[in-house]
Ligand binder design. Structure first.
Ligand code: HEC
Ligand code: HEC
Ligand code: HEC
Ligand code: HEC
Ligand code: HEC
Ligand code: HEC
Ligand code: HEC
Ligand code: HEC
Ligand code: HEC
Ligand code: HEC
Length: 471
């Protein structure tokens, strides 16, 4: 006869089987189900992805072991970025039969060969799950091919300032030699100016709304029934929206034409699509883009201020409506949440002194360096080169940190100075408060190569077989 224990067991198993099915197929917004999916994770998720770990289907659109489905997912979210930075080791290199011998040693056709997930024991920064000397697998002979590389260990290939696996836009030979004689700092240098207004007044989708007329507080078009809007109207009338003819209803009109009070980023979509796209693919907005609730500092792995724990990350976190003051967004908003040493040290840096001067109107516009100058750089738009946009994905130029060289530091500093500064992690921690020591040999190595190709002898060759550090 069946004992009651077995009956209970059978019912229990059936329920958990149904439960698992529900867990995996339930929509993300039902947080009870979504949160219990944590139980199914085989291990801690990487820093890059933990925010979206409960959205299993973002990566696992097919059974867990399907590598093709995983590869498609990686490409869906990162493919555009890798091609934009001219990935030095794209998949095409490894599907080429001439490299079959190398692929046999390390199958670099698949992202997950190097970026495994839920495996904290083997994972280091940037989700890398290989030992650091892995370049050896394919470039074993580099020491004999290149005199400058003779005695270098393979664990040093990708330390700061030498090589990256994907993005070498600031590290290739021509670029390095071209910048050999840069001065350390140009104290008169400036960052590019923003040109959203000019763009809005000519762009076909926005120009029907944006006009070169400055609206005043009496021009607002909120219906008379909206109560207590005195302060809102004042903030708006001083904003650059009012200065460009953007009125209340341009944001607050619902689809059926009536007034809508509660707004989110959708209200900005028509006029600021690139900012929204950047935000949604960043560590500030990535949860929203997979249908989870917005990110909150209380969920973060990085140190955050306790008083901001329960704020949610939206456009308004930095751009308090209705002022949309960008100077506030560029420093004070950030340190309202961030509390790591680097962020806290910023106000002691020479860059902050420059920033204060430029905000006070003493320095020229663009001569100050805010948190945003480095993390939300102003660059030529990825698709429309005449438009200077503010990158809203702070991870686009964060890691490896040589990504920051071209869009940011090189506007004001030389390449050698910048490579040395970024390679020194204590200088990054102190938010760049002192002069970097010359440590990175990349420019010298590239020069040696160039000169030997041109049949010239480097001037130091007589005294030493190693290039002298550039002073
Ligand atoms: C950002 C992408 C991503 C998300 C989100 C994600 N996974 Fe994974 N998962 C992976 C990758 C990549 C692997 C392959 C790891 C490997 O082979 O080392 C994997 C492997 C697994 C495996 C092991 C399969 C095997 O081969 O042994 C399980 C189980 C798993 N994931 C469950 C989950 C569950 C459950 C969730 C949601 C709660 C989830 N994963 C969310 C990327 C993800
Ligand atoms: C739903 C979109 C999505 C999918 C799918 C996805 N990622 Fe990511 N990934 C992100 C976001 C967003 C970040 C954090 C922002 C950033 O680093 O750009 C990130 C971060 C990373 C990082 C860390 C970057 C750093 O600076 O620490 C790596 C590496 C990475 N992803 C690789 C992969 C690989 C490999 C896959 C496939 C298994 C994958 N991603 C799948 C969205 C995704
Ligand atoms: C042979 C190993 C290897 C393979 C294969 C590989 N990566 Fe990476 N990936 C790295 C290393 C190493 C880093 C650390 C930074 C660097 O050296 O470029 C990295 C960094 C990244 C980053 C962080 C930001 C950046 O731009 O460097 C992302 C995102 C990323 N990889 C995505 C992918 C995706 C998507 C694939 C598959 C198409 C992939 N990787 C394949 C080794 C690999
Ligand atoms: C899976 C094999 C593989 C791995 C791992 C690998 N590479 Fe490569 N690498 C290649 C191939 C293939 C090329 C194409 C040129 C060639 O055939 O040498 C290449 C090209 C290069 C080049 C350009 C060389 C030139 O002649 O212009 C550099 C620099 C480089 N790799 C550095 C690295 C570094 C640094 C690492 C480790 C962070 C690394 N590679 C890891 C396969 C690999
Ligand atoms: C650029 C877009 C934009 C414009 C223009 C705009 N608003 Fe708003 N408004 C918002 C957003 C976004 C929110 C939601 C703020 C939040 O969640 O913190 C909001 C919230 C509100 C609210 C409700 C919340 C509150 O603060 O009490 C009122 C009322 C309001 N706006 C009135 C106005 C009036 C009146 C005008 C014109 C003078 C105006 N808005 C112009 C974007 C805009
Ligand atoms: C109908 C079009 C339109 C909508 C909708 C809109 N904006 Fe704007 N926004 C503009 C224009 C045009 C400018 C440029 C104004 C100028 O520089 O004179 C601008 C400027 C800005 C600026 C820069 C302000 C400055 O002082 O430089 C921020 C920040 C901003 N908008 C945020 C938002 C946010 C957040 C939303 C959604 C809540 C939003 N906007 C909705 C058209 C719009
Ligand atoms: C983490 C803080 C932060 C968040 C979140 C954020 N922004 Fe910004 N945004 C900034 C900063 C800082 C600037 C000004 C940078 C500068 O002056 O170089 C800016 C500038 C802008 C501008 C002016 C761009 C130009 O080209 O002149 C617009 C428009 C804008 N943001 C819209 C948005 C929208 C829409 C969202 C939500 C999807 C958003 N921002 C979310 C920090 C943020
Ligand atoms: C409302 C709070 C809030 C505001 C405001 C805010 N951040 Fe963040 N930021 C976060 C959270 C939360 C994360 C994700 C941290 C994590 O995943 O551990 C983050 C992530 C980041 C990262 C990525 C860190 C990494 O290791 O990948 C950078 C860089 C960053 N923020 C810079 C800024 C800058 C610059 C500003 C101002 C322009 C700003 N943040 C404004 C909360 C905020
Ligand atoms: C001169 C440029 C510069 C300025 C100014 C700057 N940062 Fe950074 N920030 C960096 C670099 C470079 C890194 C390091 C990337 C790396 O090596 O991992 C970094 C890293 C970070 C990180 C990631 C920390 C981590 O441990 O992962 C956060 C968060 C951050 N910065 C926020 C801020 C905030 C907030 C401010 C202003 C208070 C600020 N930064 C000012 C250049 C700058
Ligand atoms: C808008 C111009 C500008 C940008 C962009 C900029 N800097 Fe600076 N930086 C300066 C100026 C000017 C000084 C010198 C201030 C002084 O001496 O009072 C300085 C000082 C420094 C110092 C301290 C030098 C010393 O001798 O004390 C370091 C280190 C540094 N910057 C690194 C960087 C790095 C790394 C980046 C890019 C992530 C960067 N800076 C971006 C203008 C800039």
């Amino acid at each position: 006869m069946l004992s009651w224990k077995w009956i209970l067991w059978a019912i229990g198993s059936l329920l958990s089987f149904i439960g698992l099915g529900l867990l995996m197929t339930s929509p993300n917004h039902i947080s009870l189900f979504a949160n219990s999916r944590t139980l199914l994770l085989p291990g801690r998720t990487t820093d890059g992805h933990y925010q979206i770990e409960l959205s299993c289907e973002s990566c696992h659109s097919a059974p867990f072991t399907d590598v093709n489905a995983l590869q498609d997912a990686c490409i869906r979210c990162h493919g555009e970025e890798l091609s934009r930075v001219e990935d030095s080791h794209p998949r095409a290199k490894f599907t080429d039969p001439r490299n079959a011998d190398r692929v046999a040693k390390l199958d670099a056709r698949w992202c997950i060969t190097c970026h495994r997930e839920h495996q904290p024991e083997v994972t280091s920064a940037m989700g890398l799950s290989l030992p650091t000397d892995y370049c050896f697998a394919c470039h074993e002979n580099v020491g004999s091919d290149r005199p400058t590389h003779k005695d270098l260990g393979f664990e040093t290939c990708s330390i700061n300032g030498c090589h990256n696996f994907h993005d070498n836009q600031a590290l290739y030979e021509d670029f390095l030699t071209q910048h050999r004689d840069d001065q350390a700092t140009d104290v008169n240098a400036k960052l590019p100016e923003r040109n959203l207004r000019e763009w809005a007044l000519t762009n076909t989708s926005v120009r029907e709304i944006a006009k070169p007329i400055h609206l005043g507080s009496n021009d607002h078009n909120a219906p008379a029934t909206t109560k207590n809007i005195g302060l809102v109207v004042q903030d708006w009338s001083e904003s650059s929206h009012a200065a460009s003819g953007i009125n209340c209803l341009d944001c607050h009109r619902s689809e059926d034409g009536t007034w809508q009070n509660n707004l989110d980023h959708q209200a900005c979509k028509r006029c600021h699509p690139s900012e929204i796209e950047g935000f949604m693919t960043s560590r500030h907005g990535m949860r929203i883009s997979v249908g989870l609730s917005p990110m909150q500092p209380s969920l973060a792995r990085l140190p955050m201020r306790t008083q901001s724990s329960h704020k949610t990350l939206t456009c308004e976190s930095c751009h308090a409506s209705h002022k949309y003051n960008t100077s506030h967004a560029a420093v004070e908003a950030c340190i309202g949440c961030h509390k790591d040493r680097h962020s806290l040290e910023y106000k002691n840096s020479p860059h902050y002194a420059l920033w204060q001067k430029s905000v006070a109107g003493q320095g020229s516009p663009g001569s100050g360096v805010s948190c945003a100058s480095c993390h939300f750089p102003r660059i030529a738009n990825y698709t429309d080169r005449n438009r200077v946009t503010v990158v809203h994905n702070q991870n686009d130029y964060l890691r490896p940190n040589e990504k920051m060289i071209r869009p940011v530091c090189l506007s004001c500093h030389g390449l050698g100075f910048t490579l040395d500064a970024l390679a020194d992690s204590s200088l990054v921690q102190s938010n760049f408060q002192s002069t970097p020591k010359p440590t990175v040999d990349s420019i010298n190595f590239a020069t040696v190569l160039r000169w030997s190709l041109e049949g010239r002898r480097p001037p130091w060759e007589k005294n030493s077989d190693k290039p002298q550090p550039k002073q």
